[in-house]
Design a binder for this molecule. Structure first.
Ligand SMILES: [Ca+2]
Ligand SMILES: [Ca+2]
Ligand SMILES: [Ca+2]
Ligand SMILES: [Ca+2]
Length: 216
């Protein structure tokens, strides 16, 4: 009975935490370096933002970088909007992992997926074609094409240093949707929550039995 109650509460929590759409709005302009990236809110499933044209007088413009904790497992981020967006995924050190320009030859939005992305801190960048991440040796970290393929880094030195290139578009709104909530609590927090619920369930059963005993 105790196990049944615990499992029910646990399943309810897991199911509800997966079914909420948590929208995160970019406030101001997200930077394009690791130290100016915006941390998305816990459980974010969708980012709504605004992509500015590159601007020599604003070192944040031209690309937006968001950071989040990923709990592990199947990952997908996809853009929607009227622009020719690109997506770039970097690890916690700013090393390039994946890039994509176009979902297909007919769909210029971008999508990055990874069937088994390890738990950790990541950075997700969005820009307009052809504004790209570069390393300290002035090399593009990722190849521009094939446009409709998801690409691993081409540069042997794959740490993000800066962004450059002539953007085709800017001053345009975008949405990035995650397949599963980003920035959910670390597993240790979930285990602690589960333990707390288990104890609560155990106590409620004890109290129930005690009251039943009183009634006899
Ligand atoms: Ca922006
Ligand atoms: Ca920006
Ligand atoms: Ca594109
Ligand atoms: Ca390029």
């Amino acid at each position: 009975m105790k196990k049944w109650l615990f499992l029910s509460v646990w399943l309810f929590l897991v199911m509800t935490s997966r079914s909420y759409a948590v929208l995160f709005q970019e406030i101001g302009d997200a930077g394009k370096t690791l130290d100016t990236a915006i941390l998305v809110a816990e459980g974010t499933t969708q980012i709504n933002g605004y992509l500015e044209f590159p601007d020599a007088f604003n070192n944040l413009a031209g690309a937006d970088l968001f950071t989040f904790w990923w709990g592990g497992g199947s990952f997908e981020a996809v853009t929607s909007g009227q622009g020719d967006f690109q997506l770039f995924l970097f690890d916690q050190y700013g090393r390039g992992l994946w890039s994509n320009d176009d979902i297909s030859q007919l769909n210029l939005n971008a999508r990055i997926s990874d069937p088994d992305l390890a738990p950790g801190i990541y950075y997700l960048g969005i820009s307009s074609y052809d504004y790209d991440p570069y390393n300290i040796f002035d090399e593009e970290i990722f190849s521009d094409g094939p446009y409709d393929a998801q690409l691993a880094p081409q540069a042997t030195e794959d740490y993000l240093a800066y962004w450059d290139g002539a953007a085709w578009e800017g001053d345009i709104y975008y949405t990035i949707s995650f397949s599963s909530p980003a920035n959910v609590p670390e597993p240790a927090t979930i285990v602690l929550l589960g333990l707390a619920l288990g104890i609560l369930g155990f106590l409620s059963q004890k109290i129930k039995k005690y009251k039943e005993g009183e009634n006899v």
